[in-house]
Design a protein around this ligand. Structure first.
Ligand code: HEC
Length: 125
């Protein structure tokens, strides 16, 4: 079924960053943690998949990058560590592109359109 990414065989910087900082929660194949769907109303208990089978493509680049950089504040926000300042903007963007490379064409197109739509002039919603 789904394509399983082998992070150990991908030597790109983004894959390395992912393996070091994200895989222990989001999984080696970006599959997320068991029970993430049940954790929807307390999402900080289980990491969702980033491989395109969850809801990651329903968020804009802006929001995803913000999530990736920030740690939680009490009650909300990203359960991951605060990485703001640890990596450059370029590294975060490459990591996001690498994550998206695991998505189906359909997910990628949807999210690309979402980004365009959000950056458009204000219009009917
Ligand atoms: C300590 C565990 C943990 C680590 C480490 C972690 N995350 Fe997360 N992540 C979560 C959890 C739990 C959520 C769900 C809710 C929340 O906290 O925002 C999440 C949510 C996300 C989301 C939103 C996904 C969606 O579908 O809405 C993105 C994107 C994300 N993480 C990327 C990353 C990246 C990239 C890294 C590494 C740089 C990382 N995370 C490290 C636990 C973690």
């Amino acid at each position: 079924m789904g394509y399983v990414w082998d992070t150990r065989r991908d030597s790109s910087q983004a894959a390395e960053l992912y393996a070091n900082e994200c895989a222990y929660c989001h999984g080696n194949a970006l599959e997320g943690q068991h029970g993430w769907r049940l954790a929807v109303f307390d999402s900080r208990t289980a990491a969702p998949p980033l491989d395109g089978t969850g809801h990651t493509s329903h968020h804009s680049d802006h929001m995803l990058l913000r999530t990736m950089r920030r740690a939680a504040r009490p009650g909300f926000g990203h359960a991951g560590p605060s990485l703001q300042g640890e990596y450059s903007e370029k590294e975060f963007r490459e990591l996001l592109e690498w994550i998206k490379s695991h998505w189906s064409e359909r997910e990628r197109r949807y999210q690309r359109d979402l980004n365009t739509w959000l950056s458009d002039e204000p219009g009917p919603r």
